[in-house]
Design a protein around this ligand. Structure first.
Ligand code: FDA
Length: 319
């Protein structure tokens, strides 16, 4: 989370179909999107996965799409995840060393959580299908965190799924939410696998810290709880200060390298990713694919003024 003054406007743009139509039509956009997204097809993301595994990274794959208001689209997302999980299962075969490296990340809003009426139940039902297939294929599933209006429903679904599949299902907690320290305590006590990130949505002051300093402090408090807890922390950040804090905490607790991992987004800080792998740390790369990349892409622009400037410079002809 940066102090970028344009962040709220960009995050609003991430949800605007009109701006989406304009931006996705620009010829330059595709080239820049490719820095953050591993292609539109399953074949493309599986190629990237093989490449990352060969370079000693773990992988989590996100089939892009969110805020689905069409039950048919939600079903297509489930079908894509089922095919993906089957392909990942085939990739690992009987190799037990590959049981942990392969994961999918799922947004419940893509599975119908926002559908009017019984969106919560539909999302639970759809997520369960993916989790059952993943458990059979020995692929992990992490449920992404979205805007704060979905948090209660998402946590309830995660708890329900973890009842039958505690080893398969993990979830994401966002340090910018004021509630997250308590959520860390609850999930850590339950031994859950938790990805801690700062949070990528534009949230009101009433529920979230909005200043970078406050978010960073909250991240560190949450990190301490997770690293000292019973679960498996997944430290999702590109921030050198948070990375260093996690490494220090790991040495100050009985937790060894095997008992937690770092996570970064595809295309972001590749040199830092290399450094962590060289140090023997577990590092998972979050690899998105699919044609619904707009919201994901604009959130990345909002995170870092340099990403936005790079995009704008490339988009303005004659520069
Ligand atoms: P932040 O953006 O505060 O950056 C801090 C510092 O990191 C910068 O000052 C700079 O030093 C360095 N840095 C950051 N980006 C850099 C770059 N491109 N190049 C060089 N240096 C850079 N969010 C969410 O709401 N729900 C979710 O489910 C997820 N899932 C998720 C998975 C994974 C694996 C990751 C890594 C992140 C997420 N996120 C997320 C996104 C997350 O909430 C957050 O928006 C981004 O990770 C950016 O925050 P950072 O912690 O990286 O630090």
């Amino acid at each position: 989370m940066s102090n970028n003054p344009l962040r709220p406007a960009l995050l609003a743009a991430a949800r605007s179909p009109r701006i989406e139509r304009g931006l996705t039509g620009l010829p330059v956009t595709r080239r820049i999107v490719d820095r953050f997204v591993a292609g539109e097809t399953r074949a493309a993301v599986l190629d990237t996965t093989r490449e990352l595994l060969a370079r000693n990274r773990f992988v989590t794959i996100d089939y892009l799409g969110e805020d689905t208001l069409d039950p048919d689209r939600a079903q297509r997302v489930v079908d894509e995840y089922l095919d993906l999980v089957a392909a990942l299962g085939a990739l690992s075969g009987d190799d037990s060393d590959l049981a942990r490296p392969l994961e999918v990340s799922v947004k419940l809003s893509a599975l119908g959580q926002a559908l009017p009426g019984d969106g919560h139940t539909i999302a639970l039902h759809n997520a369960r299908k993916i989790v059952e297939a993943a458990a059979t294929a020995r692929v992990w599933v992490t449920i992404d965190a979205e805007d704060h209006t979905t948090t209660d429903s998402t946590h309830a679904i995660v708890r329900e799924l973890r009842r039958d599949h505690p080893d398969t299902v993990g979830t994401v907690l966002q340090a910018y939410l004021r509630r997250t320290e308590d959520d860390c305590r609850d999930f850590a006590a339950a031994g859950a696998r938790i990805r801690l990130c700062k949070g990528a949505y534009d949230e009101p002051e009433s529920v979230a810290f909005r200043r970078k300093r406050e978010v960073d402090d909250s991240y560190l408090r949450c990190l301490r709880i997770l690293m000292r807890g019973n679960g498996y922390p997944m430290v999702a950040t590109h921030d050198p200060a948070m990375i260093e804090a996690a490494a220090l905490l790991a040495t100050a607790t009985p937790r060894g390298r095997e008992d937690f991992e770092f996570q970064m987004l595809y295309g972001i800080r590749p040199a830092e990713q290399d450094r962590l792998v060289r140090l023997g740390q577990h590092l998972r790369v979050y690899v998105p694919f699919g044609d619904q990349w707009y919201g994901y892409f604009v959130r990345r622009l909002a995170e870092r003024p340099a990403n936005l400037m790079f995009f704008l410079r490339s988009a303005v002809p004659g520069r």
